[in-house]
Design a protein around this ligand. Structure first.
Ligand code: FAD
Length: 459
C-alpha cells in the first residue's frame, strides 16, 4: 500500500473531524479499490463513519450523454455495493472543487484516487490546498503505480517493460476486503445533498434528462456500465475468447478481444483483478495468449499512463511525438494527397475504403472499435487529411466523441502512437515519411475481413 500512497498536503488528520471522506472519481468500483479499503481501515481505527462521495460535473471536457449514461449505470452498482457493506454514499452535483471542499469541511481525513490527466491533477491540487484536513491520494487504477514504475517519461515499451515486470510481485496480489466495523452514521451535512440526482440513480434516464449535458451522441445499447457487467465481461472473455487472443490472432474478423477498455476507463474493474483472474487459469495451452494480453493490459496501458502523467502537453500537437517524427512529416507536407476527405464524409463513413467505413460505423454505433482497426483507422485519417496536425485533431475529436473509453490516457497515447510516439522510424514513403504505414491490402491479406464487414453490417 505504501508505494501507492501520496500525501497531497502537509495538514494533519483532524482529530475533531466527524468522518473520513472518500472522494471517488477515477475508480468507480468497490472491488480491488485500495482507496476504499484504506478509508475503511482509517474509519475503523478512528471509530468514525466513512462517507463516500462522487461529484457529477455537467460539462466534463468532451463528455456527452454516451459517457454519462455508462458512468451513471456504474455508480448505481457502487451505491448498492456500499450499502451492502453499510457505507454511506452520496452523489453530489456541480462544481468539483467547491463541492469536494464543502463536503470535506467536517472531515478528519480526505482520501481520493489518483489523477493522471491534467484536469484530474488540477482538481486534486486545488482541493488539497483548500481543505483543512490531511488529503491522501492512492494509485489504485494501475498494477504498478505510475510513480513506482518510473520517475520520468519513458521512451518506449522496451524502456519501461523491465521496470514494471520486476515490481509485479510487490503489487500484483490478492487482498482481503477490510470489514467496516463502525456502526454509527453521519447524516448532518449530507442531507443537503439528498437531491434529485441521488434519487436519479434509481431512474438513470430521468436523472440524465435533468442535467445540462451535451446530447450529441446517445448512449450505447452495446455496453452497460458498472462493476457487475465488467466482471461478467471478464468471465465471458476467459471462457470464450482468451484462447484466440494474441498478436498472431489480432484478427478483427475473429473478435477475440476482451472489450474491457470502457470498464477500465471508468475504473469499474481493476487491472489487478483482471491479471489475477488470468493467472489463475494459466496453463500450457493458453500461456502465450495470457502473456500477450498482460503485455497490453499492464505494459502498454501503464506506458500510456506514464506518458500522460509526465508530459502535460499530451493533448497538444506540439507535445505528442518525437523530433524525428515531426521532421519527417514536415518534409512530406507538400506530397500529393489523392484522397482528401471532409469531416462530414469521415464522420458518416463515406470514404472509398470499405474497411475504414466499417470501423467508423463500429465506433459510431457501438462506442467501441477493435484494437487493430483503431490503428488502421487513425493511419488513414493521417493519409486523408491536409496536414498531420489536422489529422491528429480529427482523430482526437472522433475518438473522444464516440468511444465510451475515449478521453483516456490510452486515447491520447494511441493517437500519438500513430504519429510515431513510442514507435521507431520505418522505410520512408509518400505523406507518412518514416512514420509506420498501414494499408488496405495488408488487412485483406492477413485477416478475415469479410467476417468483420459482415459483423458490422449486422449491427
Ligand atoms: C488510434 C488509437 C486510439 C485509441 N483510443 C483508445 C481509447 O480511446 N481508449 C482506450 O482505452 N484505448 C484506446 N486505444 C488503445 C487500444 O486500441 C484499446 O485499449 C483496445 O483496443 C481496447 O479494446 P479491448 O479492451 O478489447 O482490448 P484488449 O485487446 O482486450 O486488451 C485488454 C486491455 O489492455 C489495454 N490495451 C490494449 N491495447 C492497448 C494499447 N495499444 N495501448 C494501451 N493499452 C492497451 C486496454 O486497457 C485493454 O482494455 C487506442 C489505440 C489507437 C491506435
Amino acid at each position: 500500500m505504501e508505494r501507492r500512497f501520496k500525501l497531497l498536503n502537509e495538514k494533519d488528520i483532524r482529530e475533531k473531524g466527524e468522518y473520513v471522506l472518500y472522494w471517488m472519481q477515477g475508480s468507480q468500483r468497490t472491488r480491488y479499490n485500495h482507496c476504499l479499503e484504506y478509508g475503511i481501515l482509517k474509519a475503523n481505527e478512528m471509530k468514525k463513519p466513512l462517507i463516500v462521495v462522487f461529484n457529477l460535473v455537467d460539462g466534463y471536457p468532451d463528455a456527452n450523454e454516451r459517457h454519462y449514461a455508462f458512468m451513471v449505470q456504474g455508480l448505481k452498482d457502487v451505491k448498492q455495493a456500499l450499502a451492502d457493506r453499510k457505507i454511506e454514499f452520496y452523489m453530489l452535483h456541480g462544481d468539483m472543487i467547491e463541492n469536494i471542499v464543502r463536503a470535506s469541511e467536517e472531515a478528519s481525513l480526505l482520501v481520493c484516487d489518483k489523477g493522471y490527466m491534467n484536469i484530474q491533477k488540477k482538481w486534486r491540487f486545488e482541493i488539497s490546498s483548500k481543505v483543512n484536513c490531511q488529503a491522501v491520494e492512492i494509485d489504485t487504477n494501475l498494477v504498478v503505480p505510475v510513480e513506482a514504475a518510473s520517475e520520468k517519461e519513458e521512451y518506449a515499451a522496451r524502456t519501461i517493460r523491465e521496470k514494471i515486470k520486476r515490481q509485479l510481485d510487490e503489487f500484483l496480489y490478492d487482498f482481503e476486503e477490510v470489514k467496516y466495523s463502525v456502526n454509527k452514521g453521519y447524516k448532518g451535512k449530507f442531507c443537503f445533498y439528498e437531491d434529485n440526482l441521488n434519487k436519479s440513480l434509481n431512474n438513470i434516464d430521468k436523472g440524465l434528462e435533468n442535467m445540462k449535458l451535451n446530447k450529441s451522441v446517445s448512449k450505447s445499447s452495446f455496453f452497460y456500465g458498472g462493476e457487475k457487467k465488467a466482471r461478467e465481461r471478464l468471465d465471458e472473455f476467459i471462457e470464450n475468447r482468451l484462447d484466440g487472443y494474441g498478436e498472431k490472432n489480432s484478427d478483427p474478423g475473429e473478435d477475440n478481444v476482451s472489450k474491457l477498455s470502457p470498464y477500465l476507463h471508468f475504473g469499474n474493474i481493476s487491472p489487478v483483478e483482471i491479471a489475477l483472474e488470468l493467472l489463475k487459469v494459466k496453463n500450457e495451452l493458453n500461456r502465450e495468449s495470457i502473456e500477450d494480453f498482460l503485455e497490453e493490459l499492464i505494459i502498454r496501458r501503464e506506458l500510456s499512463h506514464n506518458f500522460i502523467y509526465y508530459n502535460d502537453r499530451y493533448d497538444k500537437w506540439e507535445g505528442i511525438t518525437y523530433g524525428w517524427a515531426y521532421e519527417t512529416m514536415e518534409k512530406h507536407l507538400k506530397d500529393k494527397r489523392e484522397n482528401l476527405y471532409s469531416m462530414k464524409k469521415l464522420e458518416n463513413g463515406e470514404t472509398h475504403d470499405i474497411y475504414w467505413n466499417a470501423a467508423q460505423k463500429e465506433m459510431v454505433v457501438t462506442g467501441f472499435m477493435h484494437g487493430y482497426m483503431r490503428m488502421y483507422w487513425c493511419k488513414k485519417i493521417l493519409e486523408w487529411s491536409k496536414t498531420p496536425k489536422e489529422a491528429y485533431e480529427r482523430t482526437i475529436y472522433f475518438n473522444n466523441k464516440y468511444f465510451i473509453d475515449g478521453r483516456d490516457p490510452n486515447s491520447y497515447t494511441g493517437a500519438a502512437w500513430c504519429f510515431g510516439k513510442h514507435d521507431r522510424a520505418w522505410k520512408e514513403r509518400e505523406i507518412f515519411g518514416k512514420i509506420r504505414y498501414m494499408n488496405f491490402e495488408g488487412l485483406r491479406r492477413k485477416f478475415d475481413m469479410d467476417k468483420y464487414l459482415k459483423r458490422i453490417e449486422e449491427l
